[in-house]
Ligand binder design. Structure first.
Ligand SMILES: *Cc1c(COP(=O)(O)O)cnc(C)c1O
Length: 410
């Protein structure tokens, strides 16, 4: 009989969002007239920018003609998209990249998971806590970890607690690690890292021959001009960092699907016999073998994000969400709640009032305000006592939710 990959059995059941759904359904069944407002989701709600949509439509029309029909494209993405991203998104921040260093994909979740293919299993990984669960679970699936303990920490993984005491930026590990996951602006905490803070990580990685996986899915939401958008703004990062970006939150592509990975040519690992080898070469080999490219109309739509019109319109959508974030931030502060994030990220991370657990506060908010958020403990043990609200809602709902919370907590 065929044997299964037993590593999958080590995974804890995906508990957070099903449990939220169950509690909301139960509440709504018991209170059919209550208008429940959802600020729990990590999904965008605004339609695509008009210039992006037009490019998308035009590209579909291309497929209807013999002259412009597009079949298989380059597995790693079209040059016209890669070069537009480099010119518009990296160059202005002082980062120069070669076309060959960027790979277009169908989204960042897959990239974060797939990148593990080109790293040996006996690398030691360091992961933040709380965290985007994909980093942890994909390491479990591929067989790098042992079993989970009662808290949900897996053996052979170095967890890096992020809390108020360290401003939600993990401390450098005390043991040697080979792969470090960093996500800034952070999901779920909405916090960011300064250049000086990222420099510590880059220096650590270069000193220890480690590789940083830098998830910049929310870089477009940064408002503070001093906060770096790319890890490559830090000197030395091109020797040690792989960067992930996504069109999902930046341009409303959660349903369209497009992302990218930057693997600079200088990022090196060692072979079993101790020679240095370029991860860029391995990633190209993997991509051309296991992937046939993001869809042509999607890449056309993505390129339109970098047109003058598309850029301006996309910014307006981001500004809309960040205005929501401001409304949540200021309203909750007025209500006496301690909050983090929400300035350079679409997430507000709050300390639960009255020392409630994350789930106790979830139930209070649902029952008394009819507002749904996300319990911080669902993102890892260090998230206990915290709660995430998302700014990806409709304005009138955000305003009403904040009014209800203010009235309740005052
Ligand atoms: C939403 C999100 C992504 C993007 O995922 P896609 O697969 O590109 O939609 C990546 N990382 C984090 C932390 C996210 O929250």
């Amino acid at each position: 009989m065929a044997k299964i990959n037993d590593n999958y059995l080590k995974l804890k059941a995906g508990y957070l969002f099903p449990e939220i759904g169950r509690r909301v359904r139960e509440f709504s069944a018991a209170n059919p007239t209550a208008k429940v407002i959802r600020l729990g989701i990590g999904d965008v709600t605004r339609p695509l920018a008009p210039a992006v949509l037009k490019a998308f439509h035009d590209a579909v029309d291309d497929l209807a003609t013999t002259d412009h029909f597009a079949g298989y494209g380059p597995e790693q993405g079209y040059d016209w998209l890669i070069n537009a991203i480099i010119e518009k998104s990296y160059k202005p921040r002082g980062v120069s990249l070669k076309t060959e260093e960027m790979f277009i994909s169908d989204g960042s979740k897959c990239d974060c998971a797939n990148i593990l293919d080109i790293f040996a299993l006996d690398n030691v990984v360091a992961i933040g806590d709380p965290v985007y669960p994909v980093y942890n679970d994909t390491n479990v699936m591929i067989g790098r970890t042992g079993e989970a303990d009662d808290k949900g920490y897996y053996a052979n993984v170095v967890y890096m607690p992020c809390n108020e005491a360290n401003n939600f930026i993990p401390a450098l590990p005390t043991q040697k690690v080979d792969i470090i996951y960093l996500c800034f602006p952070n999901n779920p905490t909405g916090t960011v890292a300064s250049k000086a803070e990222l420099k510590k990580w880059v220096d650590y990685a270069n000193a220890n021959d480690a590789v940083i996986f830098f998830d910049a899915a929310y870089e477009a939401f940064i408002t503070n001009p001093d906060i770096p958008h790319s890890i490559y703004e830090i000197e030395g990062a091109k020797r040690c960092a792989i960067e992930f970006r996504s069109f999902s939150k930046t341009a409303g592509f959660t349903g369209v699907r497009c992302g990218l990975v930057v693997v600079p040519e200088e990022v090196m690992g060692t072979t079993a016999t101790g020679e240095r080898y370029s991860f860029n070469k391995l990633w190209l080999r993997r991509t051309t073998t296991k992937f046939n490219g993001a869809s042509y109309p999607v890449q056309r739509a993505a390129a339109a994000v970098y047109s003058d019109e598309g850029w301006k319109q996309t910014r307006e959508i981001i500004d809309y969400y960040m205005e929501n974030a401001r409304i949540i931030r200021e309203g909750l502060t007025e209500a006496g709640v301690t909050i983090f994030g929400g300035v350079d990220a679409p997430y507000i991370w709050l300390k639960t009032p009255g020392n409630l657990t994350s789930w106790e506060f979830f139930d209070k908010l649902l029952n008394e305000c009819n507002v749904v958020g996300t319990p911080g403990s669902g993102f890892g043990p260090s998230g206990e006592g915290y709660f995430r609200l998302s700014a990806f809602g409709h304005r009138e709902n955000v305003i009403e939710a904040v009014e209800r919370i203010k009235k309740n907590l005052k």
